[in-house]
Design a protein around this ligand. Structure first.
Ligand code: ZN
Ligand code: ZN
Length: 186
């Protein structure tokens, strides 16, 4: 039981690494682009509110599970392997939810607010830095970590929670963390 729990937790940790690898190298590294992920990811960067459809994600995720399960069974056995894949899958779903929330809702708590600045630094300042979404751990390990200061957000890509929905102004509570640049969409 304990072994299965540890395998699950290791699966959660494994996903944070996969998230970094997929985003940094498949999403942004010229050597590996274009690929299935980068095509969607470029749209996510350029449109701001674009996310790949759930259908595409389910297709890719089910292929990944079909590859990972038998390999893990061969290496560590049925129970531990399944627990590990469940941990990866659990954190993957957490990542999908969190990434969507970063864009659609203001953060709750210090970590929620921090993760937004970390992610929007990647979007709007240096796309070659801050690839982690659920944590900055792997950015620190691989030297792509930048401490987010005031984030300049193009007005036309502004997140809905950041601005007054009628006037398009930056909401006062975000003045110390974000600034709007350029013209909003007409
Ligand atoms: Zn994003
Ligand atoms: Zn990116």
């Amino acid at each position: 039981m304990l072994t299965n729990m540890l395998a699950f937790i290791f699966g959660v940790f494994t996903w944070t690494f996969m998230e970094y690898v997929i985003h940094r190298w498949l999403g942004h590294h010229p050597r590996f682009r274009p690929n299935f992920f980068s095509k969607e990811h470029i749209q996510h960067h350029s449109k701001g509110h674009y996310f790949a459809t759930a259908k595409k994600k389910i297709v890719i995720a089910s292929v990944a599970v079909k590859v990972m399960l038998p390999i893990s069974w061969l290496v560590v056995g049925f129970q531990v392997g399944t627990a590990w894949v469940l941990g990866v899958g659990f954190m993957y779903l957490g990542y999908e939810w969190l990434h969507w929330r970063l864009h659609t809702h203001q953060g709750i708590g210090a970590y929620g607010r921090y993760l937004r600045k970390h992610h929007f630094y990647h979007h709007f300042v240096e796309p070659r830095m801050n690839h982690g979404v659920t944590s900055p751990i792997w950015d620190v390990v691989f030297g792509t970590y930048r401490t987010p200061q005031v984030i300049p957000v193009p007005a036309k890509l502004a997140m809905p929670w950041l601005v007054d929905q009628n006037e398009g102004w930056l909401l006062p509570r975000f003045h110390h963390h974000y600034q709007l640049i350029g013209q909003a969409r007409s």
